[in-house]
Design a protein around this ligand. Sequence first.
Ligand SMILES: Nc1ncnc2c1ncn2[C@@H]1O[C@H](COP(=O)(O)OP(=O)(O)O)[C@@H](O)[C@H]1O
Ligand SMILES: [Mg+2]
Length: 122
Amino acid sequence: MSSIRILPDRVANQIAAGEVVERPAAVVKELGENSIDAGATQVEVEHRNGGKAYMRVEDNGKGMNPDEALLCLERHATSKIREADDLLLVTSFGFLVVALLSISSVIRFTLLSLSACEVAVR
Ligand SMILES: Nc1ncnc2c1ncn2[C@@H]1O[C@H](COP(=O)(O)OP(=O)(O)O)[C@@H](O)[C@H]1O
Ligand SMILES: [Mg+2]
């Protein structure tokens, strides 16, 4: 067996993404739940080839400002809790903390917010 090494964040994120991105529908679920949590009353989903070739989830929720749009792709980024105790009070749908990071680690990902403009293409 080779010696133990610490994997780079990029590789660790890609491995962890397997828990979130089992199939394209799982991505729609995470993004759609985030939309509802953001107060959206409309969520539009467009896809090609069942989401394998292309997927777009657009909502009319509160969106993100430019700082938030960059921050939401970092590890452990969430606006939904501050402390472990807050877990007991979570009422949001899409509470996974790593959803956007995981999704953006394994697919070509563009985030657009009307207030943020295009901030991240991975
Ligand atoms: N569609 C969206 N509209 C506004 N903010 C969003 C949207 N999707 C994600 N966010 C913000 O990004 C954060 C991180 O999202 P995510 O990685 O799914 O983790 P979680 O939903 O568990 O907080 C959310 O807490 C929220 O603040
Ligand atoms: Mg989420």
